[in-house]
Design a protein around this ligand. Structure first.
Ligand code: CAA
Length: 397
């Protein structure tokens, strides 16, 4: 297997090379393990290692800091390819990006030098800690995790939940309230290392799907963070968190698209082979039309995703809108297509002997994390009509 050579930009030749490597790895190392990863619920370190060895964890990271210097478009295609076979494994790529983006977006040169090369190579794993028990969709308004400056340290207190890869991460981007009087403008972002005093991993969730990807509670108990690990200016943390989601939601859309494509491929093959009433069920109009509808949905999601990824590459002004559009569409497509794939396989689809029930369970989370489908609609509608401000604060009444 070829090692992905660092390169600036993402010429199509480089993208083709990267995707060839990914397809080979998926066929040899990921697809044969997917059912077992789901059944055991253990993080597949062997898969992480092979991704790292082949440069796949640093595709969109800048080459000057050890990344591949590839495009976001290439990155989402990598996630998509892996998710066709194993959604949990695709998160290894997507969460490395999610957890690293705060440093890429808000980090200073020294922070980038210190962390990005190790994250790009996969020596370090990353996580992103925004969500709390009372603060999911209302990420800014309900945040309780506190950060207080004491001398040359920030002291973090509070608990984060639903943190993907939190238990295996070396480096975690953590968002906490540094000034409660300032609303979203009082939230700051920090780089926390797993060895910092006062950091510990709490409860590990048992989940419907993506079982090979650990989802955990993180506890900060007088956690000591060196002052130089503040990301960006104090009070800019919420904006950093949102800018990160603009570039990471397409990664989840890619995961959703990959799951849907994997389910469509499997159901199509099954429909060509399974005989009922004297002919393959794909030739029965009821099933053939289902497959046609699934294909339309998958291709629609793909077009939205690739356009959103191009917007990320261009740092387009409407990237927030496009990230929401592609995540909303792809998540819903993944749920519908995997449910229909189970239906096409009938009883076999409901059995763990076949992969489509796993794909259906894995699809559900793509409608929930990195902003629920309802939050995506909120973001989209605000892009159309703006955010309502009560008359007393907008000077209109
Ligand atoms: N880029 C830059 N700035 C942004 C921004 C963006 N995309 N979105 C908002 N902001 C700014 C606003 O301009 C505003 O700044 P000003 O005060 O200077 O005007 C500030 O941030 C506050 O924004 P809003 O007024 O829009 O905040 P809000 O509280 O009304 O709502 C929200 C924001 C869209 C609902 C947001 O809270 C949100 O996206 N919620 C969902 C959170 C989420 O997606 N969580 C996922 C966790 S990660 C995860 O799931 C990972 C995993 O497991 C794999």
């Amino acid at each position: 297997m070829a090692v992905v050579a660092p390169a600036h930009g993402a010429a199509s030749e480089e993208e083709a090379l990267i995707l060839d490597v990914v397809r080979q790895i998926v066929a040899d190392k990921v697809a044969p393990r997917a059912a077992e990863i789901d059944a055991s619920g253990e993080f597949p370190w062997d898969v992480q290692k092979v991704f790292a060895e082949n440069g796949l964890l640093g595709v969109p990271f800048p080459a000057e800091y050890g990344g591949v210097g590839g495009s976001f478009l290439t990155y989402v295609k990598v996630v998509e390819e892996v998710a066709k076979a194993c959604a949990a494994s695709s998160l290894i790529v997507a969460v490395q990006e999610l957890g690293t983006l705060p440093i890429m977006i808000a980090g200073n040169h020294e922070q980038k030098q210190r962390y990005l090369p190790k994250l790009a190579s996969g020596e370090y794993t990353a996580a992103y800690a925004l969500t709390e028990a009372g603060s999911g969709s209302d990420a800014a308004g309900s945040m309780r995790c506190r950060a207080e400056r004491k001398g040359d340290k920030w002291i973090l207190n509070g608990t984060k939940i639903w943190i993907t890869q939190g238990s295996i991460a070396d480096v975690i981007a953590v968002f906490a309230v540094s000034d409660p009087s300032k609303g979203p403008g009082g939230i700051s972002a920090f780089i926390v290392e797993k060895n910092f005093p006062g950091f510990k991993v709490g409860k590990v969730e048992k989940k419907m799907g993506i079982r090979g990807s650990p989802t955990v509670e993180l506890i900060f108990d007088e956690c000591e963070v060196p002052a130089e690990n503040l990301l960006g200016e104090e009070g800019t943390g919420f904006k950093t968190a949102m800018k990160v989601l603009d570039k990471s939601r397409p990664g989840i859309a890619a995961q959703a698209l990959g799951i849907a494509q994997g389910a469509l491929d499997f159901a199509t093959r099954y429909a060509q082979e399974r005989i009922a009433f004297g002919k393959p069920i794909g030739q029965q109009q009821g099933i053939g039309f289902m497959l046609a509808d699934m294909k339309v949905e998958v291709e629609s999601a793909r077009l939205l995703l690739y356009e959103a990824a191009r917007k990320c590459d261009e740092n387009a002004a409407d990237v927030t809108l496009w990230a929401a559009l592609c995540k909303l569409k792809a998540g819903d497509v993944a749920m519908k297509v995997t449910t229909d794939a189970v239906q096409i396989l009938g009883g076999f689809g409901y059995s763990t002997e076949y992969p489509v029930e796993r794909m259906m369970r894995d699809a559900k989370i793509t409608q929930i994390y990195e902003g629920t489908q309802q939050i995506q609609r909120l973001v989209i509608s605000r892009a159309l009509v703006g955010k309502w401000k009560p008359p007393s604060t907008n000077g209109a009444g």
